[in-house]
Design a binder for this molecule. Sequence first.
Ligand code: AMP
Ligand code: MG
Length: 505
Amino acid sequence: MSYSPSADAASAPAAEALTLPLTNGFARLGEAFFTRLTPAPLPAPYLVGFSPQAASLLGWSGEVATHPEFANTFAGNRPLPGADPLASVYSGHQFGVWAGQLGDGRAHWLGEAHTRGGDWEIQLKGSGLTPYSRMGDGRAVLRSSIREFLCSEAMHHLGIPTTRALCVVGSDAPVRRETIESAAVVTRLSPSFIRFGHFEHFAACERHDLLGQLADFVIERHYPHCRETANPYQALLAEVSMRTAELMAQWQAVGFCHGVMNTDNMSILGLTIDYGPFGFMDAFNANHICNHSDSQGRYAYRMQPNVAYWNLFCLAQALLPLIGDGQGGVEAAQAALEGYKPGFADEIDLRLRAKLGLREAHPGDEALLNRLFEIMHAGRVDFTLFFRRLAQLRVESPEHDAPLRDMFIDRAAFDAWATDYRARLRREGSDDLSRRAEMNSVNPKYVLRNHLAETAIRKANEKDFSEVATLLRLLEHPFDEQPGMDHYAALPPDWASQLEVSCSS
Ligand code: AMP
Ligand code: MG
C-alpha cells in the first residue's frame, strides 16, 4: 500500500519552497554583453505588493509570498538558487538623440525560469549600482515601483503585451530624488528583456560578430521561423515591426501613454517595458503629454505610433550589417519596415471599430471616428468613461442619451455625431444588447488612472499596502462590472489635475 500523509500533514501546507528551475541563457552569450554582479543589500525589506497570477507563471501558488524569506529574496538579499545575476549593456536614442552607452543601471537579471508555460526571465529593478548606473544611485523609489507593479499587471489583463511583475518589496532605506523617498525593488518577469538598444550598442561599437550573436540568440529563442527564410535578420526586423505596430494600436485604443519611448525602452518582443512616467488619459487630448519632463511633447499621445516607427528605423540601422551590404541591404531593411504603416492602420481600424461596436467595415467609418475624436478633444471628454457609456446607447432611443451627451460641452455637436452613429449602426442591423456586450469586452471600465495609483502610493508611504492589493484585484478584471467598485471608474477628483509624473523614479 502506498504511503498516505496523515490528516494533520495534509491540512497544514508546507511553506512553498522558494526555488525555481533557473538558468541564465543570456549569460552564455559571453562577457561582452554584461557584467556579473550581485544585488546590493536592501535593509529590512517588507512586502508591499504581490501578484499571485504572476507567481503562477513561475509555477508557484499564492502561498509562496508567505515564505519567511520571500521579501529578502526579492529585495536581492538572498540569492535564488541557480541565479547568475548580471547587468546587461545596451545603448540607445533618448528623446531623439544618440545617448551612447546606457545599460541596466539599476536592474539585476537573474536568469530564466523554465516552466510549463515557457521560459520567464526574472529581473530585479532598483537592486543597486551596476557599471551602467552612470550618475544614478541604482535604486528605485516606492512610488514608481508601485506604479510599475500595478501597471504591468493591469496591461496584461487589458490584453496588451507587457512585461509582468511578481512583487514589490520596500525598505525604509532613504533614496534622494527631489525629496527624500524610500527604496523599493520590483521583480519583473518577461520572456525577454532584450531591447532595441541592445542591438544599437553592438552596431555602434562595430562589433558585428556580437551583433550577429545577439540576433541569433533572439531568433533561436523567440522567432525561430525567421531562420527558415532567405534573410533571417530581415525577417526578424519585419516581425518586430509588426509586433510593434500591434502594440501601438493597443496603446492608442486604451488611451495609454508610455512617456519615455526611447529606443532603450523598446522591447524586441513588442512588449510594453520600463514603466516610468506613463499615464492613461483621463480627459481626451490628442496632444496629451504624460511625462512632465517631456517639454517638447515628443512622446505625446498622438505621436506614439510615429515615434515607434522612428525607433524601428534605429533598429533597422543597427541590424543593417546583418541584413546585407550596400544598396541591397538598405532596400531589404526598408522592405522589412514597410509593413509597419499598413500594419498599424489595420490594427487601429480593427480596434477603434470594435470600440464603437461596429462589426462591419464601411467606407465612412474613418470619418465618423475622426469626428468623434475631434469633439472629444474639443470637450476634453473622459476617454475611458465615454466608450464605456457609449455601450449603453440605444439605437432607437436618443431620449436616453443624457449620460453621454452631458459629457460634452457642445451638446449639439454630440447630437449630430450620435445621429450619424445611429444611422451607421442601423446600416449593419446592430442589436443593442449584443453590441453592448461586445463593446464592454473591449472598452475597459477600470484603468490605472494616475489618481488611483497616487492614492495607493500615499497609503503605502504610511505602511498601509491594502490599496495596492485592492487595485491589483480590481485591474485583474478591467472589463467586468464589479459591484461596489464604481467609484474606481469615476472621473478623477479635482486634486488629480495637480498630479505630475516625470522621469524621476
Ligand atoms: P529609463 O529612461 O528610466 O529607462 O532609464 C534610462 C537609463 O538610465 C537606463 O540605463 C537606466 O538603467 C538608467 N537609470 C535610470 N534610473 C537610474 C538610477 N536611479 N540609477 C542608475 N541608473 C538609472
Ligand atoms: Mg529604461
